[in-house]
Ligand binder design. Structure first.
Ligand SMILES: Cc1ncc(COP(=O)(O)O)c(C=O)c1O
Length: 291
């Protein structure tokens, strides 16, 4: 944990942006692959992702010395394709709408194990180690803020924090433009927003809807969800660069943005904001650094 006195005397950040692949995704991908029966793992693993999950699965597969295929949309940023290939994965580029189908077909034909980005108990457990470390490092923590996309990270973190420190409050944070998790929790059922709507947020890791599994975790364990605006997310990326000296992608900045701008909706006390990733589009950073 890193204290963030520039934002508040009671704030610490958990900078997952400093992980070897630049995001927390390594934890869930690694644990899911580690948990496969060895003979299944040896056949190789497959995932579809255009973002941080792709690099997580590639990194973990390389660590286990097993083949890895990642199906990516042909519109993926060339830098992301290159980063995934550099970790030893074979990248298959397809039209975006065909990603799931191509992955399922390859998995069936080649016997690869599918590693989902969030909708799996082992992935959730792996992401939950973020929460274990927070509770171990700051045993008196009062409030934990965690980003919500598909909800795997928040499910794991809330489960771990509530197990080790039941009195702590855990709040999700998401962009207002992708506020479907907040609406799902309020409605008590899965509410999925159209992709035309959620794809407007700059926080590309948080555009996904929850699953039944993550909704069940979050309904049982989250104390609430706050939303932040695009301007708040972008200016927080700039402040993190200048004041915390951290390179943070928009999805990774939402919790600090929530702390800075939604204090009235959050409980007081010693607060940890999870910074979930640092893989920002290099073209975006210079403009934001001065915001
Ligand atoms: C940087 C970053 N933060 C947060 C998330 C959201 O994680 P989850 O889908 O487990 O809610 C993602 C997912 O891709 C991400 O890449």
């Amino acid at each position: 944990l890193v204290p963030a006195p520039w934002a508040g005397k009671d704030l610490w950040v958990k900078p997952e942006s400093l992980q070897p692949i630049g995001s927390f995704k390594l934890r869930g991908g690694y644990y899911a692959i580690a948990s496969l029966p060895p003979e299944h793992r040896a056949a190789g693993v497959i995932a579809h992702s255009s973002g941080n999950h792709a690099q997580a699965v590639a990194y973990a597969a390389r660590a286990f010395g097993v083949p890895c295929v990642v199906v990516m949309p042909e519109v993926a940023l060339p830098a992301k394709v290159a980063a995934t290939e550099a970790l030893g994965a074979k990248v298959v580029l397809v039209p975006p709408a065909q990603r799931a189908e191509v992955m399922a077909d390859l998995a069936r034909r080649e016997g690869y194990a599918v590693i989902p980005p969030f909708d799996h108990p082992d992935v959730i457990a792996g992401q939950g180690t973020v929460g274990l470390e927070i509770a171990e490092d700051l045993s008196t923590v009062d409030v934990v803020l965690v980003p919500v996309g598909g909800g795997g990270l928040a499910s794991g973190v809330a489960s771990a924090v509530k197990a080790l420190r039941p009195e702590a409050k855990v709040f999700g944070v998401e962009p207002a433009l992708a506020g479907d998790a907040r609406e799902s929790l309020a409605a008590g059922r899965l509410v999925v927003w159209p992709t035309e709507q959620t794809y407007r947020t700059v926080a590309d890791g948080l555009r996904t809807a929850l699953s039944e599994l993550t909704l069940a975790h979050l309904s049982a364990r989250l104390d609430g969800i706050v939303t932040v605006s695009e301007e708040e997310i972008l200016s927080t990326v700039g402040r993190l660069a200048r004041e915390a000296h951290l390179v943070v992608e928009p999805s990774g900045a939402v919790c600090v943005a929530g702390y800075l701008h939604r204090r009235d909706e959050l409980p007081p006390g010693r607060t940890v904001a999870v910074i979930s990733g640092g893989n920002i589009d290099p073209a975006l950073l210079p403009a934001l650094a001065s915001l």
